[in-house]
Design a protein around this ligand. Structure first.
Ligand SMILES: Cc1cc2nc3c(=O)[nH]c(=O)nc-3n(C[C@H](O)[C@H](O)[C@H](O)COP(=O)(O)O)c2cc1C
Length: 331
């Protein structure tokens, strides 16, 4: 669809893909590893897992690295759509190359979509906020809306009732105890989190609370306290939910990442705070426990806490990012 404009030439298409990949550097990732790499051709962008930014002890199947790459993939799709660029996406285009996760091909101009513009603006402000939210429930319309968003990515979002929140809390506690007793996982956690992170990756102390927060489900145990001030407000008005897939393979993990990004950008645009909680799906035993909470509707990919943010606490600090030259290659 050119809408009266001349067709998009190869140089312009490559520039738009590179700009979209640069915007997608803001995507969320496990421990802020940014485990993606983009190869931009004349009309294509190929997404690869970056072997030097994986977590082999914490994430041996690369499920959370793949999910993280799915969030970056969706960020690129949003940036292209907001720039009025039509594109097709192929997941896992080379079955014999497990690092090659997706190929995006630019086809032509597209009608600019108002919702894409809204989500594109959210890319620049979305962040993980580990501070206590307000003691005010979500508006009733939010979860059904986000369930539709998840379904658009062949995924699902299941909110948990009070007793299942307790079960999730037990699974997270168990997972974090198991992980803390594993020296290789502890080493990865300590390598990727804490200090000022001048490397451009990882979670800095500024994003780690100064002490335990009062939550229904334990938040990430970083093994040390950080410098993010927190109050004593309990998160009992928050909604906990499981993002799930209809399979448990790399394609489903990528789709869950696309769904997580779409949900997170939508909640950012609605001024709702989202906190991902992945510990319970990191160890096989606790992943089974979380799967049981879903009562056979699907396979748990990640848990999320959705809540009204407490804006009185001021803006949350941002995490660093790698320079574009380290994640985008033009061929
Ligand atoms: C797959 C995935 C798993 C994550 N798991 C957790 C988690 O268990 N606890 C947590 O506090 N943050 C978690 N995060 C948030 C990341 O730490 C965060 O996205 C990253 O540090 C970048 O920061 P930002 O989201 O503020 O840009 C996760 C993010 C992703 C994409």
């Amino acid at each position: 669809m050119s809408g009266g404009q001349p067709p998009l030439n190869d140089v312009a298409a490559a520039d738009r893909l590179a700009a979209a990949a640069a915007a997608a550097a803001q995507a969320p990732s496990i421990h802020n590893t940014q485990p993606w790499r983009w190869r931009i051709g004349s009309r294509t962008a190929d997404l690869y897992l970056e072997p030097s930014r994986l977590l082999p002890a914490t994430d041996p199947d690369r499920r959370l690295a793949t999910l993280s790459c799915g969030t970056a993939l969706h960020h690129v799709q949003v940036a292209l759509a907001a720039a009025g660029t039509a594109a097709e996406v192929q997941l896992l285009p080379q079955p014999d190359d497990s690092l090659h996760l997706a190929k995006i091909t630019v086809t032509d101009h597209a009608e600019p979509m108002p919702n894409a513009q809204r989500l594109r603006e959210a890319i620049d402000i979305r962040h993980t906020d580990r501070r206590p939210p307000q003691q005010q429930p979500l508006p009733a319309t939010v979860i059904p809306l986000l369930q539709t968003t998840a379904a658009n990515h062949l995924s699902g979002l299941q909110p948990l009732d009070r007793s299942k929140v307790l079960d999730l809390a037990a699974a997270v506690s168990q997972a974090q105890a198991d992980e803390t007793s594993d020296p290789a996982i502890r080493h990865e956690r300590d390598t990727w989190t804490g200090t000022d992170r001048r490397s451009g990756t990882g979670v800095p102390d500024a994003d780690i609370p100064t002490g335990p927060t009062s939550t229904a489900v334990p938040t990430r145990d970083f093994g040390h306290i950080g410098t993010l001030p927190v109050n004593e407000q309990h998160d009992d008005a928050a909604t906990y939910a499981i993002l799930y897939g209809f399979a448990d393979d790399p394609r489903a993990w990528l789709r869950a990442g696309q769904a997580l990004s779409d949900i997170w950008l939508a909640t950012t645009a609605m001024d709702i705070a989202l906190l991902p909680l992945s510990a319970a799906v990191e160890t096989p035993g606790t992943r089974q426990l979380v799967n049981r909470l879903l009562e056979h509707i699907g396979y748990a990919q990640i848990a999320v806490r959705l809540a009204m943010p407490d804006r009185a606490q001021g803006a949350a600090p941002r995490t660093p990012r790698l320079p574009a030259a380290e994640i985008i290659e033009r061929v």
